[in-house]
Design a protein around this ligand. Structure first.
Ligand code: NAD
Length: 418
């Protein structure tokens, strides 16, 4: 969420400047990269359950379309700001370019408090927001997806509203839909699975054996628990520490992530898992592990704890878990950081597959989705690793170099209209 002391859009623009210096992007193109192409702000009334009306503010920012239609989630949160949405839209542009899917980046948000709204109020809010942004979304223009406090039900409402306006069903207008409405097999676990694939590739380059390697996972939710299962089941890693918002657990000889999941489903938390030691969230980050997967929140690895991290690989399943000050420390310590734009891009990759299946009207089996995801993640990791090695920069900078260069190439070859 927006941190009041740091304007995320300023950060996003500074990142462009750093890469522009490094790869020599001229001032004109640099300015293009630092401006969102299109922004829509909407104020719209919603009828509340008690019969009153409330006016909500929503945004949709389409950052850059040079490489294709724009793609990005919609978040519902009281602290949504236009600058936050702009920054998230810029980051989506780079993320889609890192994995080389034919999309630009976008993001949307509605300033609201979904925790204090009924399902009916949320449905009315979603349908009205969808109709307000309908003129600028669509399978060929901009394709929303779930983000913070929106889910497959929200996407189903947007898809239905857009389809009602058109007069026919348009499943390709959003991704992250329920399977019954044109969602893709494998989307639910794509982020964690993609993260596990890039960990495997990075470990190969480091000469680190994943089989038997101790792994710590901060945040045992969708992304974190899937990454744990796949590292455990398919790569033979040993999950020694996991945590959620209530705290963490540790077991030196390994936890079975599936039984931890069952325990969490029953009790609401990983805490209290039989046979494991209770530890704090900080201790999870600093646990004796070769691989650390932050999969919870932003700003978790800071200059205060970066030095205490024992892992050789930090794979950012979460968005923005490492502060720039910590990046520098980890780079000094020769920790391999797999940055969010690469490590969690499995989600948007399978969203792209969902859209491709929707517009073809032809659906793939799970193994086909996973094989294509694996190919995309391995190819993207290799592209980032090559630039990091050649330029002697850390993977985050390398990922931005790869991504921004691809966007710049598209801008240049298309030329500036008219
Ligand atoms: P989620 O809500 O399913 O899981 C988040 C987990 O983090 C929960 O288990 C929660 O208890 C835990 N958590 C919250 N506060 C914590 C704290 N202080 N310490 C430790 N754990 C804490 O969410 P998710 O979909 O898994 O997303 C997690 C991160 O991954 C987010 O940063 C999100 O932006 C990113 N991400 C997710 C996807 C996706 O497809 N799910 C895609 C890209 C990026």
């Amino acid at each position: 969420m927006a941190n009041t002391s740091i304007n995320p859009f300023e950060t996003a623009k500074q990142q462009v400047d750093i890469v522009a210096e490094l790869i020599g992007i001229n001032d004109g193109v640099r300015e293009v990269l630092k401006h969102p192409k299109r922004e829509l702000a909407v104020n719209f009334p919603v009828r509340m359950d008690d019969g009153s009306y409330r006016v909500y503010t929503g945004y949709r920012v389409q950052y850059n379309m040079a490489r294709g239609p724009t793609k990005g989630g919609v978040r519902y949160h009281p602290q949504v700001t236009l600058d936050e949405v702009r920054a998230l839209a810029a980051w989506m542009t780079w993320k889609c370019a890192v994995v080389d899917i034919p999309y630009g980046g976008a993001k949307g948000g509605v300033v609201c408090d979904p925790k204090h709204m009924s399902r009916e109020e949320l449905e009315r809010l979603t349908r009205r927001y969808a109709s307000e942004i309908a003129p600028i979304i669509g399978p060929e223009m901009d394709i929303p997806a779930p983000d913070v406090y929106t889910d497959s039900q929200t996407m189903a409402w947007i898809m239905d509203t857009y389809s009602m306006l058109k007069g026919y069903s348009v499943p390709g207008v959003v991704t992250g839909k329920p399977i019954s409405l044109g969602g893709s097999e494998g989307r639910g676990e794509a982020t964690g699975r993609g993260c596990a694939y890039v960990i495997r590739e990075a470990a190969k380059d480091l000469g680190l054996k994943v089989k038997g390697a101790p792994v710590a996972i901060q945040g045992f939710g969708n992304a974190g628990s899937v990454a744990a299962n796949i590292l455990n089941d398919e790569q033979g890693a040993k999950i020694v520490a996991v945590s959620d918002s209530k705290g963490g657990i540790y077991k030196a000889d390994g936890l079975n992530p599936h039984t931890v999941e069952e325990h969490k489903a029953k009790t609401g938390s990983v805490v209290g898992f039989p046979g494991a030691k209770s530890i704090s969230n900080d201790e999870v980050l600093e646990a004796k592990a070769d691989i650390l997967v932050p999969a919870a929140l932003e700003n978790q690895i800071t200059k205060k704890n970066a030095d205490k991290i024992q892992a050789k690989i930090v794979a950012e399943a979460a968005n923005g878990p490492t502060l720039p000050e910590a990046d520098a420390i980890l780079f000094e310590k020769k920790v391999t950081v797999l940055p969010d734009v690469l490590a969690n891009a499995g989600g948007v990759t399978v969203s792209y597959f969902e859209w491709a299946q929707d517009i073809q009207g032809y659906f793939w089996a799970l193994d086909e989705v996973n094989t294509r995801l694996e190919r995309t993640m391995v190819r993207s990791y290799n592209a980032v690793h090559k630039v990091a090695t050649e330029r002697k920069v850390h993977n985050r900078t390398a990922a931005y170099v790869v991504a921004i260069q691809r966007v710049v190439d598209a801008i240049k070859i298309r030329g500036i209209y008219p």
